[in-house]
Design a binder for this molecule. Structure first.
Ligand SMILES: Nc1ncnc2c1ncn2[C@@H]1O[C@H](COP(=O)(O)OP(=O)(O)OP(=O)(O)O)[C@@H](O)[C@H]1O
Ligand SMILES: O=C(O)[C@H](O)COP(=O)(O)O
Length: 395
């Protein structure tokens, strides 16, 4: 398999699938440009080789052509991040797009219009992929965030470039980070899984039980495990139909020699509100009318010890309702512990939508080893799935 560095892009046009599905405010200004910044090294390498870049992406989930999802809204931000003028075109296939690519000179960047203005994109339509394939000499996939979608631009198009396809630097780095945790990680390996529900994490838990030495379970998931073991959880969030599964997971963990760490205490509240009355309670002794919304001080201390003893750390999902400042302490404390472990030489990977949001909000982004740009793509990777966008390049 060829890497980006195996290609000389001099006088070549690179067709690059990026994931510029970035958040916009009501004035269509980009509010988080991480995904654009992350794609920059690949684009710059190609321009420095003397090539040109044809960037293709989706934005949102439009139904047909909808102006609010036009990529023209982000072209200025892309240009600012790259430090290069960015040309735009009002289509992503067909005569107009082809003419714009034809006119592109070495050192220039063209941003195509939103791929999802065509339903053929998400349908993985082969003819549409073939039309896209006319827009470049070499296909580069750097869209990790969309690598779990078998869409025309992420997967199908690769077959039209049998010899001329590769991952961009970002996608290669994402794959390497996951491998560092799931395959080559230095022991002891720890996974911290938080977030709201057990049901959305089951496959991940089952997959990682074969890889990790320690598993911290926190956040809303906690209470399904505690109730299943006979604890009183009051009004805390719980999935009753997953209690048997929770017990099964604990059994499997024991059989596989994985140490599971659950909170022993919680910060409970008498309402789901930042201004609610709060008290620290034993996690198995929460009375009706109260709900656990964050890890308690003893739990935080226990988790800190496990984190500091680990050499490889995966973090997915917050430890509490971090969006409300009253219940953000557990998540902040965990971030601090992971930052300290990282400083001491551990490898730490943060992935998943809400944990990445928490890491950014509390300023841990530069203090962990790697923050993934993928939400769903990261979760599916942790479930052990081979992502179609990755498989299409490896093929
Ligand atoms: N004790 C709790 N009670 C209720 N909700 C909680 C609790 N702890 C955490 N949460 C909520 O869980 C949500 C995050 O859950 P989710 O499973 O989506 O996390 P994630 O894995 O980081 O994100 P994603 O699934 O998007 O990758 C947050 O909105 C947070 O408020
Ligand atoms: O933001 C994401 O997770 C990716 O861009 C994929 O978007 P999608 O869930 O609409 O396919």
């Amino acid at each position: 398999m060829k890497t980006l560095n195996d290609f000389d892009f001099n006088n070549k046009k690179a067709l690059i699938r990026v994931d510029f599905n970035v958040p916009l405010d009501e004035d269509f200004k980009v509010t988080d440009n991480t995904r654009i910044v992350s794609a920059k090294p690949t684009i710059i390498k190609i321009l420095e080789d003397g090539g040109s870049c044809v960037l293709m992406s989706h934005l949102g989930r439009p139904k047909g052509v909808q102006d609010q999802f036009s990529l023209k809204h982000i072209s200025e931000e892309v240009s600012n991040v790259l430090g290069v003028a960015v040309k735009t075109v009002s289509d992503c296939v067909g005569k107009e797009a082809e003419a714009a690519v034809e006119a592109l000179q070495p050192g220039e960047v063209l941003l195509l219009e939103n791929l999802r203005f065509y339903s053929e994109e998400t349908a993985g339509d082969e003819k549409f992929a073939e039309q896209l394939s006319k827009l470049g000499d070499i296909y580069v996939n750097d869209a990790f965030g969309t690598a779990h979608r078998a869409h025309a631009s992420t997967t199908i198009v690769a077959k039209f470039f049998p010899e001329n396809k590769c991952f961009g630097y970002l996608l290669a780095q994402e794959i390497e980070s996951i491998q560092k945790v799931m395959e080559t990680g230095e022991k002891p390996i720890l996974a911290v899984l938080g977030g709201a529900k057990v049901s959305s994490k089951i496959t991940i838990i089952e997959n990682i039980l074969d890889k990790v030495d320690h598993l911290i379970i926190g956040g809303g998931m906690t209470f399904t495990f505690i109730k299943a073991q006979g604890g009183k959880i009051g009004d805390s969030i719980c999935e009753d139909d997953k209690m048997e599964l929770a017990l099964e997971i604990l059994k499997q963990a024991k059989a596989k020699n994985v140490q599971v760490h659950l909170p022993v205490d919680v910060l409970a509240a008498n309402a789901f509100s930042n201004d609610a009355d709060t008290k620290v309670l034993d996690v198995t002794e929460i009375p009706d009318g109260w709900q656990g919304l964050d890890a308690g001080p003893k739990s935080i201390e226990n988790f800190n010890k496990v984190v500091l003893e680990s050499k490889t750390i995966l973090w997915n999902g917050p430890l509490g309702v971090f969006e409300l400042p009253t219940f953000a302490n557990g998540t902040i404390a965990l971030g601090n512990s992971i930052a300290e472990a990282t400083k001491n030489g551990a490898f730490s990977l943060v992935g998943g939508g809400d944990s990445v949001a928490a890491v950014k909000q509390f300023g841990f982004e530069k203090k962990v080893s790697y923050v993934s740009t993928g939400g769903g793509a990261m979760l599916e990777s942790l479930e052990g799935k081979t992502l179609p966008g990755i498989a299409a390049i490896l093929d």
